[in-house]
Design a protein around this ligand. Structure first.
Ligand code: ATP
Ligand code: ZN
Ligand code: MG
Length: 400
């Protein structure tokens, strides 16, 4: 390992403990966000890991940090096998009219302002564009007669425990607490808590134990509402929009990855065929829509962002059973793609874990179609620019 000493950020570089296959470089790079608070940036290639880190005091050697990074590499890359990526739709080469990163101009025009890392306020252009996309997703939901729901932003920790989420993805949780119900604690807090650019410094033991999180997704709420009873009518299509929270650390750099974002879901609960057929019909209806709006994208198999311990096993499982397909829109400015939505099938996992039963007594299957509202608007602007005059007519004419 080589390192340069400096007070400000420094670079360290080393070879990974196991060769990193191409298909895992992005996945491992995104996990390095959670390895050490001193990591400011991470770059991963097959044979090189480059980190930009905060300089540290003499007592804590770079070796300690390298060891943690290597733990991630070994856990994810050793014995990994290439998932077979199945492409269901490929319109990635559809011509688009824009090549810039829209972010600079959005910030410059005041269309986006940043409140904190990954937390953004959106102005009228994005708000209208999102309303347009929302109206189309609601139309998709109505085509299934999906029942509308409204879910809270908080979700009880004990619910997530029931579906094993605690083990799967704790790295991106946002925990919600409150001050303890105690006059002395509240007095202490109001006198001594201080907030600076680092955040809030509070007297010790100010907070109650954590009972709730900010929801990471929408559909869990529906499954919990249906738990421990027979599914009325034996099948259900539902829809809801909600605020979702995923703390993605140093990866929260732009509108493409937010701490606080909004998701619209169409959710299916019932027998296996009902869920799989509707997921497929939803995909076909959306393909027509993406053609109308002239978006360049691909739909391909994918996996969820499990944390390192669970990653290999779960990702292989998801890929083998075709549980997740992503709508990946092209981002011309960085020659890459961004998931703007996903078509998910959970088999009878929630039905079994939460005891949602079908009329024949078997556990219900579930699936959802989920769209990231800010992401789809961002990808659209990345492909067509900020001037509505240059947008595909289908969008321009329907903008609220
Ligand atoms: P990624 O791999 O890009 O992190 P994901 O697999 O975590 O995406 P899903 O869990 O399928 O995403 O969530 C459904 C949709 O919600 C995504 O397709 C995306 O549009 C949106 N989404 C997910 N995470 C974020 C985020 N941090 N910021 C903004 N939108 C997001
Ligand atoms: Zn869902
Ligand atoms: Mg993610």
């Amino acid at each position: 390992m080589s390192s340069e000493k400096a007070n400000s950020p420094m670079r360290i570089e080393f070879a990974p403990a196991a060769p990193i296959p191409d298909y895992l470089t992005g996945e491992i790079q995104s996990k390095l966000a959670y390895v050490d608070e001193r990591i400011l940036r991470a770059q991963v290639s097959a044979d090189r890991i480059t980190l930009e880190v905060l300089a540290w005091d003499e007592g804590r050697a770079p070796a300690e940090l390298e060891e943690k990074v290597q733990r991630v590499v070994l856990s994810m890359a050793k014995g990994a096998f290439k998932p077979k990526v199945q492409v269901l739709e490929d319109y990635i080469d559809r011509p688009v009219s824009y090549r810039q990163d829209p972010m600079a101009e959005l910030l410059g025009r005041g269309e986006v302002s940043q409140e904190a890392n990954g937390v953004y306020t959106l102005g009228p252009l994005l708000a209208r564009l999102i309303d347009f996309f929302e109206s189309q997703f609601i139309a998709l939901a109505e085509s299934f007669d999906a029942a509308p729901y409204r879910f809270p932003t908080l979700i009880p920790a004990r619910y997530l425990e029931r579906v094993n989420y605690v083990r799967g993805c704790p790295q991106s949780w946002t925990l919600a607490s409150h001050l303890r119900e105690d006059l002395d604690v509240i007095d202490e807090f109001s006198q001594h808590a201080v907030c600076d650019h680092q955040g809030l410094t509070t007297p010790p033991d100010s907070f109650a134990s954590i009972q709730a999180l900010l929801s990471p997704a929408v559909c869990y709420h529906l499954y919990f509402a249906l738990a421990d009873k027979p599914l009325p009518g034996g099948q259900l299509a539902a829809t809801a929009v909600g605020n979702c929270f995923r703390y993605e650390a140093i990866n929260l750099t732009s509108l493409d990855r937010m701490w606080n974002f909004t998701m619209r879901e169409v959710i299916f609960v019932g027998p296996k065929d009902f869920v799989l057929e509707n997921r497929e019909i939803a995909r076909q209806r959306m393909a027509k829509f993406f053609e109308q709006i002239e978006m360049a994208y691909r739909v391909e198999s994918a996996n969820d962002p499990f944390f390192i311990g669970e990653f290999r096993k779960q990702a292989a499982f998801q890929s083998a059973f075709q549980l997740k397909f992503e709508i990946r829109a092209r981002l011309p400015f960085k020659d890459s793609t961004l998931a703007v939505g996903s078509y998910n099938y959970h088999q009878d996992f929630f039905g079994r874990s939460l005891n949602i039963s079908l009329p024949d007594g078997s556990p219900a299957h579930t699936g959802c179609v989920a769209f990231g509202l800010e992401r789809i608007a961002f990808a659209f602007l990345a492909q067509f620019g900020l001037d509505p005059a240059g947008w595909p007519a289908h969008v321009r004419e329907r903008l609220p």
